[in-house]
Design a protein around this ligand. Sequence first.
Ligand SMILES: [Zn+2]
Length: 216
Amino acid sequence: MSRRLAAAALALLCAGCSDIGSPSRADIYEWRSAQGGDTLSFHWPQSFLPVRIWAEDQHGLPAYADSSIAAWKPAFLYHEWDAVRVADSSEADVIVRYGSPPAGDDILLERFALDGRAPECQATTLPHVDDAREVHLPMHVYITARFAPDLPATQACLALTLTHEIGHTLGIFAHSSHPEDIMYGDPMVPKPSERDRNTAEVLYHTPANVSPAPRP
Ligand SMILES: [Zn+2]
């Protein structure tokens, strides 16, 4: 092979390998949350991995938490994010409960809420970001059925909506404008799309300005 051909081959190789450390930014959506002039960008540091998720034993939520974790893992080619389900809520970084967020306290004043609202169910993730730009742990996810929870359509909704909420907890603090993405505000698809996965991967390769508070 001539030197020129070798150089051309190397250039082609590099075109393919340049993405190894920094995933494609070609097809992603805005994942950061704009809050009062601030743009919040969060992801879990390696030292917190695996993120510990606890799900209340109601209407299949533990199994759906497992499938949500499994659905997001392939987005992270180099294990930039990982999570496990834990049996003890006191050890959790993320707590998933069946029901609505508690009313009457200062949650909605102090925190911003990330909603997902499909026809059969709805959910809210409440990352409490303080003035020091720390997310208080545990994060809370509330998910509830709008119809009988054990109907097949409602169960499918709980499954995909929990995957959407786990997407919020890993750092996607906004919604996609594409209905084919799991992070669309009214999620309809069962699992993350390629664009969701690209967004999650790029997010973990972008410096964060919000970090988790120390574990209690
Ligand atoms: Zn949402």
